[in-house]
Design a protein around this ligand. Structure first.
Ligand SMILES: [Zn+2]
Length: 374
């Protein structure tokens, strides 16, 4: 039977359009997701491409609009399932979040734990979480790969966020060994996808912060760790007003990933027009440096800059313009500047940059003890 999602039905050599029903609106009508399916030879792999789970991040929309065409469908070995706006409420209101779910919509996907029934004293999941849980089943059943498109800060570097792969080591020695081997294989595929895309790469935060911040329940966190689907989160610079150079470089990167997945013919095209930072060692993302005083900052670095520990990052002044606190905020690490966090007015404790710093932790790790029983 041909692949379908919502009202969109795949057809070989065609681009099909339709909608996926999220839930009924109390005001009448239905909340829906836009679905686009491009199919070539239906025997090839299925690649999911999604964007806009944060409603104020718009570069992914443009990338997907430019990528999907009848011409692409004709060349394709396999199927691309594309959702250009995962959070329609956020897109309407130009907000990161959705007005029918309090909190980050990119923390609502399954955590891989067994379902233990519902406590009547705990509120049921929001309509959005319920709908994403249903959508995730479709992804789990069909996706061979998944890439989710986002934006970071104004002027930030185009980056790939790579989830670490967690595996169970609470079984017999043989089961643990098999789980480790499966995780290594998945991690290797993820690494290959990163290299095929060709933009700057960062590993996600490590164990404690990853689970505390519920990143394992993000789109690609759940893809990798609950569904074992190779998945990546792409961060495409400025959100509201997409940078045309990053949009173009992402388009080229995605086609290169499709070639790597043997869904498109031809050799990889070079990535140009954007900064690609590679320090020669693996980096992870970190929110740093942080402010010891509330102040107005003047950044002394730009996105993509390579810095050494002790290098000046920002000048700090009070609202009257007088130097305040340590006066010059310095880097705590060797690394590179992913971008400057939003704005120049910050409270004590806020980070003024995102940095890529050396990642000494493995990309494959056992789940924290007791994870599946908590
Ligand atoms: Zn985002």
């Amino acid at each position: 039977m041909p692949f379908s999602l919502g009202t969109a039905k795949a057809a070989s050599g065609r681009v099909s359009y339709g909608t996926y029903r999220l839930f009924d609106q109390p005001t009448g009508g239905v909340e829906e997701l836009p679905i686009v399916i491009a199919q070539g030879n239906p025997r090839g792999p299925t690649f999911w491409l999604t964007a806009g789970i944060h409603g104020n991040e718009h570069a992914g929309l443009q990338v997907l609009h430019q990528l999907i065409s009848r011409e692409l469908a004709r060349q394709l070995h396999g199927t691309i399932v594309c959702i250009p706006a995962l959070n329609p409420a956020g897109l309407r209101t130009m907000k990161r979040e959705s007005y029918y779910h309090r909190g980050d919509p990119n923390r609502l996907f399954p955590d891989g734990k067994p379902n233990r029934g519902r406590d009547p004293d705990i509120d049921p999941p929001s309509v959005l979480e319920q709908a994403y849980t249903r959508l995730f089943k479709e992804i789990q059943a069909s996706a061979d790969y998944w890439i989710d498109l986002h934006n970071t800060w104004t002027g930030s570097v185009s980056m790939v966020f790579r989830d670490r792969v967690y595996y169970r080591d609470d079984g017999t020695a043989a089961a643990n060994k098999a789980a480790r081997a499966e995780a290594d294989k998945l991690d290797q595929r993820i690494g290959e996808m990163c290299r095929a895309y060709g933009h700057s790469v960062l590993s996600e935060m490590a164990s404690e912060a990853y689970f505390d911040d519920r990143l394992h329940r993000s789109t690609t966190g759940a893809a990798v760790n609950a569904a074992r689907i190779p998945g990546l989160t792409m961060e495409l610079g400025t959100g509201h007003m997409p940078d045309p150079a990053i949009v173009q470089a992402s388009l080229v990167g995605l086609k290169n990933v499709l070639r790597w997945a043997e869904m498109l013919n031809g050799s990889p095209e070079p990535i140009s027009g954007i900064k690609v930072v590679d320090l020669g060692y693996r980096c992870r993302r970190r929110s740093t440096p942080r402010l010891s005083v509330s102040c107005i900052v003047r950044h002394l670095v730009d996105a993509g800059d390579i810095v050494r520990k002790g290098d000046p990052i920002a000048e700090l002044r009070d609202i009257w313009g007088r130097p305040v606190g340590e006066k010059i905020l310095r880097s705590e690490y060797d690394g590179w500047i992913m971008g400057r966090t939003h704005g120049i007015v910050h409270h004590k404790g806020c980070e003024v940059c995102g940095m890529g710093v050396r990642d000494d932790l493995p990309t494959v790790l056992p789940y924290p003890a007791g994870y599946f029983h908590s």
